[in-house]
Design a protein around this ligand. Sequence first.
Ligand code: ADP
Ligand code: GN1
Ligand code: MG
Length: 373
Amino acid sequence: MRELSRDILTEAVNAFDFEGKFFDIKSYGGGHINDTFAVRFERDNGSVKRYILQRINTHVFKNPVQLMENIVKITAHIRKVVTRNGGDPMRETLNLVPARDGQALFIDRNGEYWRAYHFIEDTITYDKVESIDDFYNSARAFGKFQQLLADFPAETLHETIPNFHNTVDRMAKFKEALDKDICGRAREVAREIEFVLSHEKDTHVLVDMLNAGRLPLRVTHNDTKLNNVLIDKATGEGICVVDLDTVMPGLSLYDYGDSIRFGATYAAEDEQDLAKVNFELDLFEAYTKGYLEVAGNVLTPCEIEHLPMGAKLITLECGIRFLTDYLSGDTYFRIHREHHNLDRCRTQFKLVSDMEKYWDDMNSIVRKYANKL
Ligand code: ADP
Ligand code: GN1
Ligand code: MG
């Protein structure tokens, strides 16, 4: 990925059909993949309007044109359903701002891809859980997202990252990185490697169930962490799910699970003091309640029964991905300090261990809310 110069930023800002006079541009958000900016424009009446401008990471997303085709279709579908239900389509879904040539994408002089959205104001996102209510509300938002896409024709979507949540494939890629050990880091992380290898059997569980037709393939978000939902500042409700790059056919269990992975702890994903990283059953319960209240009727009994497995396996998978990236020289996830991916990997494995300890409680909580459906 090329560095971003002032000139390139100006070129990108000028390429989109923003309203008014350019005011300023700032880096925005805590995502690990794309480069996100908030851009302000001043309109003739003096009011200021914000936009989100993003450079798509083409190392991760190899086909940005197909990716944008997905986003155009998904946002149009959600807009239609929200409007039909009497909601506000400017707040309850992302709305793209086209480039001046009418296309959804702009390609800069370096061949990098850009897109823009209307900024949804008076909302907030959290990079870690601060209150149980916000987490509950995010569960309802992701549950609603699942519902909104329940009748979306999955076969029209491109697979933006093949095998994205295929845990067996993630294990194979981990082993490849371990064999190569291009940075000579394997010897520092013997404990983490052992943790992965001792969980090899687990990586087959949901993949096998999907292959056997016991779990349905649905249109899923695939990156349901808390900072991908905008919370309304006034009402506290989760109003809009963002970061639609990985919407494609997948397992509902991983959407539920990825939220639990990120949010059922008060610690940040990259907390260095593992004593602070604890799986919190009260947060797990709040999310499970909110998610099942909204999406419970869409899910099959087999999906509901395996929700805890979804949480454990996606947490294991994420830890494996961070460790794989650490062994490979940090080329995938953006890092801000040395050992950043290793720190991230360790929090995930601590959470997996905690989930194994609380396994019976997690299953009882899921049963408690499933029985209310
Ligand atoms: P990444 O793929 O890098 O995670 P995101 O698409 O999630 O990028 O955007 C990064 C952050 O920007 C989000 O976590 C959210 O806080 C904010 N954001 C994204 N789109 C909007 C929007 N339309 N309005 C307001 N905030 C947004
Ligand atoms: C990345 O883009 P962002 O920061 O929302 C990653 C997810 C990981 C997550 C871990 C396309 O999400 O899969 O779970 O980091 N996205 C991609 O925080 O790989
Ligand atoms: Mg994001």
